[in-house]
Design a protein around this ligand. Structure first.
Ligand SMILES: [Ca+2]
Ligand SMILES: [Ca+2]
Length: 244
């Protein structure tokens, strides 16, 4: 059986790519801690001197909320969002910058363009995982997560094409992060049962913020000996919400 991914350069005459599906790019929340601009000085305070016994009693404004929960002890911070991935859309030159790939010699480079299968999400390149039978590929980057990170969220676009059929799972692709000496945490996982009609969006927060650690960010895929599946990724963000 022929592999789905032909050698680079074989697709030059293919039709132009289209991004018709419009990936759903999930909004990245910033943790949005806001201080009440109304402050806490709701009560009228005398401006010095003895109270005037003839003055009317200050009005009691029952509608004013008590802002006791604002500015809790321990200090506050301004959450800042920092995108941590390098070459996150796979489009930098030279091709494959900032990523380390593991593949068999007969398999093609993981970052590139295969317009015969699907157009890329952002030109000119995307990451193509597997697309060969009996494959086990890795695409890896080391990430220094800032100290003070309170949340780590991965978003991006993916597409899956397969020749598998039926409900059994034979081929898998996933994204994981791993701290030194730790166990890989799968952020997202797909199989040949998850074929897409075009590009789709995903977003997932890690269970740990990995603050202050240098972690491994890894795409992986494995396929069985028949009926190819290719897992395609593009236009990612790995956003750290940092308390500064
Ligand atoms: Ca791209
Ligand atoms: Ca297969």
């Amino acid at each position: 059986m022929f592999p789905v991914l032909a050698a680079v350069g074989a697709c030059a005459s293919a039709t132009p790519a289209t991004d018709d599906e419009g990936a759903v790019d999930a909004a990245v929340t910033d943790g949005g801690k806001t201080d009440d601009p109304n402050g806490s000085k709701d009560a009228a305070t005398p401006d010095g001197g003895a109270p005037d016994p003839d003055a009317p009693a200050p009005p009691v404004d029952g509608a004013v909320p008590i802002d006791a929960a604002v500015d809790a002890p321990g200090g506050s911070c301004t959450p800042t969002s920092i995108q941590l991935l390098k070459n996150e859309a796979f489009d930098k030159t030279p091709l494959g910058s900032d990523w380390q790939e593991t593949r068999k010699a007969e398999e093609v480079a993981l970052i590139g363009k295969h317009a015969n299968i699907i157009g890329v999400h952002t030109e000119p390149n995307a990451a193509w995982l597997c697309g060969f039978n009996s494959s086990d590929q890795h695409l890896v980057q080391q990430i220094a997560v800032p100290a003070g990170t309170t949340a780590l969220t991965l978003s991006g676009s993916y597409a899956i094409k397969t020749q598998e059929w039926g409900s059994s799972i034979y081929d898998k692709g996933w994204i994981e992060v791993e701290a030194p000496g730790g166990t890989p945490e799968k952020l997202k996982e797909w199989s040949d049962n998850d074929e897409t009609s075009g590009w789709a969006g995903f977003s997932k927060a890690a269970t740990s913020a990995y603050a202050g650690q240098t972690i491994t960010f890894r795409f992986r895929c494995t396929t069985d000996s028949g009926s190819w599946t290719v897992f395609i990724f593009d236009t990612l963000t790995l956003t750290a919400t940092v308390c500064q």
